[in-house]
Design a protein around this ligand. Structure first.
Ligand SMILES: NC(=O)C1=CN([C@@H]2O[C@H](COP(=O)(O)OP(=O)(O)OC[C@H]3O[C@@H](n4cnc5c(N)ncnc54)[C@H](OP(=O)(O)O)[C@@H]3O)[C@@H](O)[C@H]2O)C=CC1
Ligand SMILES: O=C(O)CCC(=O)C(=O)O
Ligand SMILES: [Mg+2]
Length: 414
């Protein structure tokens, strides 16, 4: 076991073991958590009570999570002088499954995103964000129940690589001159320059995960969302690599939309249709014909944008979960950020972290506990006992606090 300077390894509990994609979850696993900045502490306090109540109710004491706090973000900086102590990453490597609250990233300068760093350092190459409608939630579209999508966002590459040079610096000027001299491409002097690397390796492994998920869960299609008409070799490459991968690895189990006519217009019952859409068009498609889309595989930036847009379609960022998955480890986290204006007010909706916990429990195979939480959440919403964000979109709702919503979910676990 690694030695920890800041974190305290719980006296009881065991490691989740992983090897070659298989993993073994003991009845008493140790699970690291990051509380998060801004509203993170409010949300975590409510969420952990919900997780513990669900596990206790589902397994009557036979199973229990031993939580291990690891430091990141402002809390880490204040305690240690480091934003992301190396041991926090080590803990995720060692214990394999973790959950985190949101972490602040300043705009225009200061530290680079800790969220992105965590994903890159741990090679959590897929950001998986399911989006579904919960009956009774107010939504800005007429038929939110038609939205049932799972986004697979490439989580490591693209403009998130962090290779960027500020306008007016010697580095930016050197790069500008190099590009002009070597490739004859003109960039306006004094420009900031960013690089967008996307590889066949990174794109294919993400699309492969999305297709495998669609096949396993009997979903009808995987749509590659890209801007390949403009960014021909990066986003266009993503699309081409996707079709190539489908042929190489999935044979008759995947049918390209363009080949459907030859297949009689309909794919085999056990096959998935692979299609692609240009990103701007996709944003109108998810509003007008969301039921034509099921699993969406997309590069990093598109995935970031569409995650929040889809969350809004079914009621907002308060119920938008996610998981960062790699072959060796997984870190679950909400789609939203720190929502700083609500920090410390016990007001924000903890639903996204709670649903991220549901994904975590499912990942561990603890489906009974996961189901109890979903039932609890559905009942709290049906009773219109909800936080401000959902209350303002409903008629006759009772607005409750972050902790009050946690209580309502626990009460609803029958
Ligand atoms: N993975 C991560 O850790 C992420 C971190 N961030 C970081 O978070 C910080 C703040 O980002 P910002 O752009 O304000 O985006 P946020 O997602 O934090 O908040 C934007 C708005 O979304 C709504 N919202 C967010 N979370 C919830 C919730 N749990 N319940 C209800 N409503 C919610 C609120 O809307 P309203 O005002 O209408 O109530 C809020 O003002 C930045 O530093 C950013 O970099 C951002 C995204 C992800
Ligand atoms: O890292 C950040 O601050 C933002 C990340 C983000 O928006 C996301 O992962 O969806
Ligand atoms: Mg985002």
């Amino acid at each position: 076991m690694a030695t920890y300077k800041y974190a305290r390894v719980p006296a009881k509990g065991e490691r989740i073991e992983a090897s070659g994609g298989d993993f073994r979850v003991p009845d008493q696993p140790i699970i690291p958590f990051i509380e998060g900045d801004g509203t993170g502490p409010d949300i975590w306090r409510a969420s952990v009570r919900v997780f513990d109540a669900a596990v206790e109710r589902a397994y009557g004491g036979k199973r229990k999570i031993h939580w291990m706090e690891i430091l990141a973000g402002e809390k880490a900086f204040n305690a240690t002088g480091e934003w992301m102590p190396a041991e926090s990453l080590e803990a995720v490597r060692e214990f394999k499954v973790a959950i985190k609250g949101p972490l602040t990233t300043p705009v225009g300068g200061g530290i680079r995103s800790l969220n992105v760093a965590l994903r890159q350092e741990l090679d959590l190459y897929a950001c998986v964000r399911p989006v579904r409608y919960f009956q009774g939630v107010g939504a800005p579209v007429k038929e939110p129940q038609k939205v049932d999508m799972v986004i697979f966002r490439e989580n490591i590459e693209d403009v998130y690589s962090g290779i960027e040079f500020r306008a007016g610096t010697a580095e930016a000027e050197k790069l500008r001159q190099f590009i002009e001299k070597e490739f004859g491409k003109k960039i306006r002097p004094e420009s900031a320059i960013g690089i967008k690397p996307m590889s066949a390796f990174g794109s294919k492994r993400l699309i492969e995960m999305a297709i495998k998920y669609a096949l396993k869960t009997h979903r009808p299609s995987v749509t590659m969302m890209h801007k390949g008409n403009i960014m021909k070799f990066t986003e266009g490459g993503f699309r081409d690599w996707g079709y190539e991968l489908a042929k190489e690895k999935f044979g008759e189990h995947v049918v390209a939309e363009a080949d459907l006519a030859a297949a009689g217009g309909k794919a085999r019952a056990d096959a998935v249709v692979l299609k692609d859409r240009i990103a701007d068009s996709m944003f109108q498609q998810i509003l007008l014909r969301p039921d034509e889309y099921s699993v969406v595989a997309t590069p990093n930036l598109n995935g970031d944008y569409i995650s929040d847009a889809l969350a809004a379609e079914v009621g907002g960022l308060g119920i938008a979960p996610g998981g960062n998955l790699g072959d060796e480890a997984a870190v679950f986290e909400a789609t939203h950020g720190t929502a700083p204006k609500y920090a410390g007010l016990d007001k924000i909706n903890p639903g996204s972290v709670i649903l991220s916990g549901v994904m975590m429990l499912e990942h561990m195979g603890w489906n009974e506990a996961a189901k109890l939480i979903v039932t609890g959440l559905e009942k709290a919403i049906a009773a219109k006992t909800v936080t401000y964000d959902l209350a303002r979109q409903m008629q006759g709702a009772t607005e409750v606090s972050t902790s009050g919503f946690g209580d309502a979910i626990i009460k609803g676990m029958a």
